[in-house]
Design a protein. Structure first.
Length: 204
């Protein structure tokens, strides 16, 4: 009963810490202008379309990570300690190992992948935004736009693949699946550029 009570206490503490973290992080991000800044990038626009503010989304995500971590930490602690008391129970040890792997490997991998995707997408949006800014006063902007968006998609794909590999997920099969998609996007980009060139020549 002691170990069961300790496991329940871990879950309760995780819930309290998660709720408190969600509240404080939401207020902090809102007051430093995080929402206005994130609205300008693609991830922020996607979050807003989903019906959240960026601060609500990220604070809720952090809270859920704490909730899940506390649940599986409690399972790991309770099952392992009960197994020791009972003299070693194989299925309890297996349950403890699985819950430990979920927290340290899968949940940790998700956090690393998510951070890489966020930072990577921000850098990509900044780079593409710089291309648009540089091309604003030029007449070649209609030609640069499809090329810039093509680069954005390719860089997004590269960021996602890198993030998955950082998170410990094999990406060999994913790369093979994406190859025809990339070739298709390349073909579309070439067609659009040729169309823009023809339209420019026709107008002249």
């Amino acid at each position: 009963m002691i170990y069961l009570g300790a496991s329940i206490l871990i879950i309760v503490l995780g819930y309290v810490i998660g709720r408190l973290s969600k509240f404080l992080i939401n207020i902090f991000l809102s007051r430093i202008g995080f929402n206005d800044w994130v609205r300008r990038i693609s991830i922020g626009k996607a979050i807003i379309r989903a019906g959240f503010t960026p601060s609500e989304f990220f604070s809720s995500l952090i809270a859920w990570i704490i909730y899940v971590s506390s649940i599986f930490t409690a399972i790991n602690f309770g099952s392992r300690e009960i197994s020791v008391v009972l003299g070693g129970v194989s299925y309890l040890n297996d349950l403890a190992d699985i819950s430990y792997s979920i927290v340290t490997i899968y949940l940790g991998g998700f956090i690393k992948s998510f951070l890489v995707i966020i930072v990577g997408f921000i850098l990509v949006d900044g780079f593409i935004g710089y291309i648009y800014k540089v091309s604003e006063p030029r007449t070649e902007q209609p030609l640069l736009a499809p090329v810039a968006e093509y680069l954005r998609i390719l860089l997004y794909i590269g960021v996602i693949i890198f993030a998955l590999s950082v998170g410990g997920i094999g990406v060999g099969e994913l790369i093979q699946i994406l190859q025809p998609v990339v070739w298709g996007i390349t073909a579309i980009m070439i067609v659009v550029v040729i169309e823009q060139v023809i339209l420019r020549v026709y107008k002249k």
